[in-house]
Design a protein around this ligand. Structure first.
Ligand SMILES: [Zn+2]
Length: 312
């Protein structure tokens, strides 16, 4: 069984603003590093997943929000201009296709893994998704890729319980907004306290385990949280599939956060998730890129993560 690597050329055409950290070069850095280290030959590449359909988006987003976003996307395309959606988030002429391909890749990866045609999958996609709420784009996110994929596994593919694990340095407020009190989902996360989007201290549902950590928290403390807080809850929940909001901006070298994770920590966390998936979920994992803005640290951290997924 193999590890699938999903990406799409359209995901590189979405540009937020000149010099913005959430940039197409992020995906290039990942792919360059995969080529240079031989990891590109280990994973099975999928770069032609269909765009997400309206019914996919409807699993996580309100129809009026999808409609409003379509109008913004149409305006950006018509004027070939950057259109601000929120103070941190802008759409360009190509954002609609990028966002639909990103969510579509997450859905296709979910189908591939559930069908047993790959053991697990990593989606190198952008725009990211975990700040997109049911009815708002924010924090560089438009469609919530992971929430859409998780709901697809439940509502279309008939799974009964799925876990969402979010280790981005920022709280996954959008995912929480969408899946809070959906008892078929357990979301566990770790994020830097009092950092954008300044939420997460009060969980919005009993199915959320939010762990806020102070600036300068390092890998040893994060591993303890994984071991003693995440894993007992996840073991009890017995997920049939695991989705990962894989942000790598908690890396020591990333300037958007102030945490101290390094490649070895991402490797260790991924090992624990793989072991959990083997025990409960038939190994099924779909991991989707969220943040990670220092290009070198991002590429090395994604490689550390995917190497464990691929068992090499
Ligand atoms: Zn982030």
């Amino acid at each position: 069984m193999s590890t699938a690597f999903f990406t799409h050329a359209d995901c590189r055409r979405h540009v937020m603003a000149p010099g913005h950290p959430e940039c197409p070069a992020r995906l290039d850095a990942i792919e360059d590093h995969f080529l240079a280290t031989g990891l590109a030959d280990v994973v099975v590449r999928h770069d032609d997943a269909a765009p997400a359909r309206a019914e996919d988006l409807a699993h996580a987003h309100a129809s009026n929000y999808v409609g409003e976003l379509d109008e913004i996307f149409a305006r950006a395309a018509r004027e070939d201009a950057l259109v601000a959606v929120d103070p941190d988030t802008t759409a360009c002429a190509h954002t609609r296709q990028a966002a639909l391909r990103a969510a579509g890749a997450a859905v296709a990866a979910t189908d591939l893994v559930i069908d047993g045609r790959a053991e697990n999958a990593f989606c190198a996609i952008r725009p990211p998704g975990h700040h997109a709420t049911r009815d708002a784009a924010m924090g560089f996110c438009f469609y919530n890729n992971v929430a859409i994929a998780a709901r697809h596994a439940l509502d279309v593919r008939g799974l009964r319980r799925v876990a969402i694990i979010d280790f981005d340095v920022h709280h996954g407020n959008g995912t929480e907004d969408i899946i809070a009190n959906d008892e078929r989902v357990l979301m566990v996360s770790i994020f830097q306290d009092q950092l954008y989007p300044f939420s997460g201290n009060v969980p919005q549902g009993d199915n959320m385990l939010n762990v806020a950590v102070p600036p300068y928290t390092k890998g040893a403390e994060v591993r303890e949280i994984v071991e003693y807080q995440w894993l007992p809850r996840l073991e009890k929940f017995r997920p049939e599939m695991i989705f990962i909001s894989a942000g790598f901006d908690a890396h020591r070298e990333d300037d958007l956060g102030m945490l101290g994770l390094v490649e070895a920590d991402y490797e260790w966390i991924t090992e624990r998730i793989v072991a959990l998936a083997a025990r409960h979920a038939g190994g099924r994992i779909v991991s989707c890129l969220e943040g990670g803005y220092n290009l070198g640290a991002l590429a090395r951290s994604v490689a550390a993560h995917v190497r464990v997924l691929a068992g090499v």
